[in-house]
Design a protein around this ligand. Structure first.
Ligand SMILES: [Zn+2]
Length: 379
């Protein structure tokens, strides 16, 4: 069940939509645009639910018969379309996805590059448009990732978008709105959605998903403003991955060639690039923590704040310039991984130059970077 009250971080969009509901001057079409995984679809469904809710107010009551049926995708006036992998009729897999969305408030849509909104379904819907809505004020069609449609589907849609006083509201969502034909875009009222902050994602994971403090923080830091990304990553052992990433830096910092070689081999042994990138992300986040400490940021803004004492110690013995130099080394590795340079070589090259500007004495170096060889995280 989608309600405005459950949407996080999109106050501006939600306020605008609720005002529109109160004014009862509903446009023919909305385009919800903004990054992937920030609540566009949930907000679209919340708007759809409010529009057919018996209370006829600016928020779905969540308990009336109409609300309950939208929540189960069984309301005749609300249709929800999303890209699927095949053009063939596969009502079962669509019903399965709908039931997942209905039952799991943290459901994340994933599809392949070639997924698109099915032609058969849009054709059926366009036929329905000839009739009045069955029950509610409006018929609502939510088109998730509307940029994944074929040219002929858009032209069929256009007619409905242009019809004055139409009884249908289209809500298109897109993270890539410039892929939509300009004819469609120009007929939609645009509502912008923003990337979420780390704090917003962290509290969502803590309070609503029920994750522990440490994984919530790590996932929020990795999410790049997308709740969907954080939710997708939650099945991974992020805490373990962070430990591995920091252990790599511990080896780099020791200046011991055999440890560096072993650590580079370990980092590069991840069979997929995604995992190597994540290792780098954690290493970047460590440097970001150090920078934040250098600039006097509060400790609750640190991703690795469970290691605050160590971070403070390291930050005390390193200059901002040196932190930036190390970040540049990590960027080199990231570029190398993307351009098919042997990852092991890339990691080795960065790790070997990691501690160069510290004192030449190995023991001193190891001390300057305490404890990273055995990072533990309580999850
Ligand atoms: Zn209701």
């Amino acid at each position: 069940m989608a309600r405005f009250a459950d949407i996080i971080g999109q106050d501006r969009a939600v306020t605008t939509l609720r005002e529109t509901l109160r004014s009862a001057r509903i446009p023919n079409a909305y385009l919800f645009e903004g990054p992937w995984g920030v609540g566009k679809t949930r907000t679209a469904l919340a708007l759809a639910t409010a529009l057919v809710c018996r209370t006829e107010s600016d928020e779905a009551c969540g308990t009336c018969n109409a609300c309950l049926r939208v929540g189960r995708f069984m309301h005749p006036d609300v249709r929800f379309l999303f890209p699927v992998m095949t053009d063939e009729d596969d009502p079962e897999s669509i019903a399965e996805t709908l039931s997942e969305v209905a039952n799991d408030p943290h459901h994340v849509f994933t599809y392949e590059k070639a997924s698109s909104i099915r032609i058969g379904i849009t054709r059926d819907i366009l036929k329905e448009l000839a009739f009045r809505p069955y029950e509610g004020r409006k018929r609502v069609i939510v088109l998730r990732d509307a940029d994944r449609m074929r040219e002929d589907q858009y032209s069929a849609m256009l007619k409905s978008l242009e019809e004055p006083g139409a009884s249908t509201l289209w809500i298109l969502t897109s993270a890539r709105p410039n892929r939509l034909p300009p004819t469609i875009r120009s007929r939609c009222l645009k509502v912008r959605f923003r990337a979420l902050t780390e704090d917003e994602i962290e509290s969502y994971l803590l309070d609503r998903v029920g994750l522990g403090a440490a994984p919530s923080r790590l996932l929020a830091a990795l999410a790049s403003g997308s709740l969907a990304r954080a939710l997708t990553l939650r099945t991974e052992n992020v805490a373990g991955l962070r430990d591995d990433a920091l252990r790599g830096l511990g080896a780099a910092n020791s200046g011991d060639p055999s440890r560096i070689l072993a650590a580079a081999g370990e980092a590069a042994s991840w069979s997929n690039r995604e995992k190597m990138r994540r290792t780098l992300e954690f290493q970047f986040l460590l440097l970001r923590d150090l920078l934040r400490l250098k600039h006097g940021a509060p400790s609750n803004s640190l991703v690795n704040r469970d290691r605050l004492a160590d971070l403070q110690k390291v930050a005390g013995g390193i200059e901002v310039r040196e932190i930036r130099r190390r970040a540049a080394l990590l960027e080199e590795v990231a570029r190398a991984i993307d351009s098919n340079i042997t990852p092991e070589l890339a990691f080795f090259s960065a790790y070997a130059r990691w501690g160069r500007s510290l004192a030449p004495d190995t023991a001193e170096r190891a001390e300057a970077w305490p404890g990273w060889g055995r990072v533990r995280l309580d999850v």
